[in-house]
Design a protein around this ligand. Structure first.
Ligand SMILES: Cc1ncc(COP(=O)(O)O)c(C=O)c1O
Length: 346
């Protein structure tokens, strides 16, 4: 039997409804580069959901691409972006942002979340015109540690950004998981109203691929589409992205899928807590970071795949367990049984 993977939330292809919609529309002729009917319909559905009829929306194929397109389109080359040190743009994008000419100013954060104080500290070191100018705040929701921002936390960052003339960009590769967490007090439209630009992740929430970049700030809309094209992100067959986002947003599938992923992870989390296995971060979403005894990891590796991130101490390591829209609840139950059985003997 092949091992069951808790490595990613994109191990499976796409939700069957998305595949059906792609198949159904396959022989239709449609306009290229996002001019197709489906992309227009998907944009309207998202505009409605975020309560902003004026938002500009563009679909691109992946998260790194969305990040580098947004950041390089918005910033002048002498401007920098502020990010937690755990930020995806800093740790996991092979220097994609730096390659566009922008420094990433980082802040060490145990929970992966920025605060207004972190941002102010970076601004204090700005010595114009000599030092690079911090001009954008980048945060991820959910974060790379599975944590989420509350409405009050986001509001405080947004107010500071407005006061200090900084752009706020939210990386929503796992926005569904964040918004659908039982601990979330934020809606999609509230989040949208508290940033200049953000993206809605499809790749990690049931789409074959695709992210929807949403631009609220009029200033940032100018030339954006040309910038996408220049960066190689404007897909000739943009319909493929439009069709998927119509399916995700026409009746709430996006949110249902995220809820399932979260529920599976939280089931595992409760079992971990019952076995006194400590968590490395307090994640209420679909990614769990767990401090596991090495012997337990070895046993679990016989049947399951997941990442061991780093050594915690001599006897334990920090692992990451990720569930998805497609995670089988029966396998989760079996995993929990194995966990309880092996936690006792390791
Ligand atoms: C928060 C976040 N942003 C961006 C990305 C990049 O996405 P991609 O791998 O599609 O480039 C990821 C991928 O894991 C991510 O977790």
């Amino acid at each position: 039997m092949s091992k069951y993977s808790f490595k990613y939330d994109f191990s499976e292809g796409a939700h069957p409804r998305i595949i059906e919609a792609l198949t159904r529309s396959n022989m239709e002729q449609q306009g290229g580069y996002g001019t197709d009917d489906y992309s227009q319909q998907a944009k309207e559905l998202i505009r409605k959901k975020i309560n902003n009829a004026n938002a500009d929306i563009y679909f691109v194929s992946g998260g790194t691409q969305a990040n580098l397109i947004v950041i390089s389109a918005v910033l002048h080359t002498f401007e920098a972006v502020i990010s937690p040190k755990t930020g995806h743009i800093y740790q996991h994008e092979a220097g994609a942002i730096e390659a566009t000419g922008h420094r990433i100013e980082t802040v060490e954060k145990a929970d992966g979340k920025l605060t207004p104080t972190d941002i102010e500290q970076i601004l204090e070191a700005y010595f114009p015109p000599h030092t690079i100018q911090p001009k954008m705040v980048y945060l991820t929701h959910a974060t790379e540690l599975g944590t989420i921002y509350s409405k009050a936390e986001l509001q405080a960052i947004w107010e500071l950004c407005q006061q200090k003339d900084l752009y706020l960009f939210i990386d929503g590769a796992r926005l569904g998981a964040a918004l659908c967490s039982e601990e979330s007090d934020l809606t999609l439209s509230e989040l949208s109203a508290m940033c200049d630009v953000f993206y809605i992740g499809g790749t990690k929430n049931g789409a074959l691929l695709g992210e929807a970049i949403v631009i609220n700030n009029d200033k940032l809309k100018v030339g954006f589409e040309s910038h996408i094209k220049m960066r190689g992100g404007l897909m000739a067959k943009g319909r493929l992205l439009g069709i998927q986002f119509v399916e995700l947003f026409r009746d709430g599938l996006f949110f249902d899928l995220a809820r399932h992923a979260n529920r599976m992870a939280q089931k595992i989390k409760n079992a971990l807590i019952s076995q006194n296995i400590p968590l490395h971060s307090e994640s209420p979403t679909n990614q769990l970071f767990v401090i596991m005894p090495n012997k337990l990891i070895e046993k679990l590796y016989e049947k399951y795949e997941f990442y061991t991130f780093f050594k915690y101490d001599e006897n334990s390591s920090v692992t990451r367990l990720v569930t998805s829209w497609a995670t089988d609840e029966k396998v989760v139950e079996e995993f929990i049984e194995d966990l309880i059985k092996w936690a006792r003997v390791s």
